[in-house]
Design a protein around this ligand. Sequence first.
Ligand code: AMP
Ligand code: ZN
Length: 493
Amino acid sequence: MHLYQNQSLKIYNSLSGEKELFKPIHEGNVGMYVCGPTVYSNVHLGNCRTFMSFDLVFRYLKHLGYKVRYVRNITDVGHIEDDADDGEDKIAKKARIEKLEPMEIVQQYSVDFHQIMELFNTLPPSIEPTATGHIIEQIQTIQSIIDKGFGYVSEGSVYFDVLKFNENHNYGKLSGRNIEDMMANTRDLSGQSEKRNPQDFALWKKAEPQHIMRWPSPWGDGFPGWHLECTAMSTKYLGNHFDIHGGGMDLKFPHHECEIAQNEASTGQSPVNYWMHANMLTLNGKKMSKSTGNNILPREIFSGNNDILSKAFSPSVTRFFIMQAHYRSILDFSNDAILAAEKGFNRLMEALENLKSLKASNASSLDIIKWRQSCYDAMNDDFNSPILIAQLFEGVRYINILKDGKETITTTDLELLTKTMNAFVFDVLGLKSETESDNSSDKVAGLVTMLIGMRNEARANKDFALSDQIRDKLSELGIEIKDSKEGTTFSIL
Ligand code: AMP
Ligand code: ZN
């Protein structure tokens, strides 16, 4: 017997605009695809929020006993600036600016992404395919779209014929846009002339001679369009029809709308049963974004090295801050909000410590079974983590009154309380108790402060060889020290 047989999970489906009962295509198994990062810079906390939201989904599905195949890609080619068809590839641009190979950029930021995801205790996906590793599959998908009459070649590029598709399909059904409005709102911009219609989008782009990221294809040397990779990789690993597709709200249009069109055009099937979209993290009321610079990086939070922060916050506190909002609500990041989250997190962890030493008696005055179900009810209601957290604080209240001897609990109920608290806090919300790491990071901070003191002394004695040595050795360890009028500070990279 699996938990999912007793629990009825409802998921808000962006396609229908309603919460629907979740029923996987193959009983007991779930296929889930989530659009991964474009690895041309460090992930900001906004990106991480989306990946933590789907980590929560992955964790809860697993907790319910489903066997989940979770595919999350890495976009390492094809994502053009402004999500457009014309312009520079984001990765190629960064490579040009930094005078590096595009694959060096990809490597550097993929490693960073994985490190950050691990610090946030997000589980690795079951498969993490890259766009450049699936060029052949993408070429095959394009060929089948052309063969079915929905793609056309123009000047060495291949475009999707949106108007033709819309004759028998509904382009715009996910994002709620309609093609007539889209056409009324677009001018024929220069550079789009090789398209039959400005709404058409690129499946394959011809590479100009100076373009480094290029592959041979039946249409000449070029590179795949951004939307195509997700169609090719999701169907390769999950089949033409799978359960869940997720991503940030900003990907609904054009990215996911185009994915649906490509799938329906090439396979004749609607690819996904449940489309899920995570809402945005904002900063100063505006969407966190790489391109505008309105963002905060996870490492700045962990080191406290950002002017908006009064102190450093641990990865688990940051994760708890994210989990306190429902994934479909907008969440604004601020120092006050994360300070409040830290208080809540500490209270929860303290209660979990106290739980270990509670004593059972012959009778229970608390209804633990009912409380446990209310934790499930929260998660079954479209993964409502803030309501779950409120229920966990009800559990904290139980722990505190039991500790004070105001209520009693039987051994069985105490076991159930412990099991439920631990399962939801650690397995489902993915939080970690940080007493040990806090301890060691305090020690590291103490040691660095001591070395900075020794360096200052060496400088006062004009022993610059020693002071430089201390600075360089720390830098090798990833600890950067910065001198300013106010004194010397450090950050751990
Ligand atoms: P990108 O690397 O730009 O392709 O984005 C990776 C993921 O982060 C996508 O699912 C985006 O929707 C998501 N994302 C980008 N900005 C934010 C934000 N401010 N809040 C939440 N998710 C975001
Ligand atoms: Zn995608």
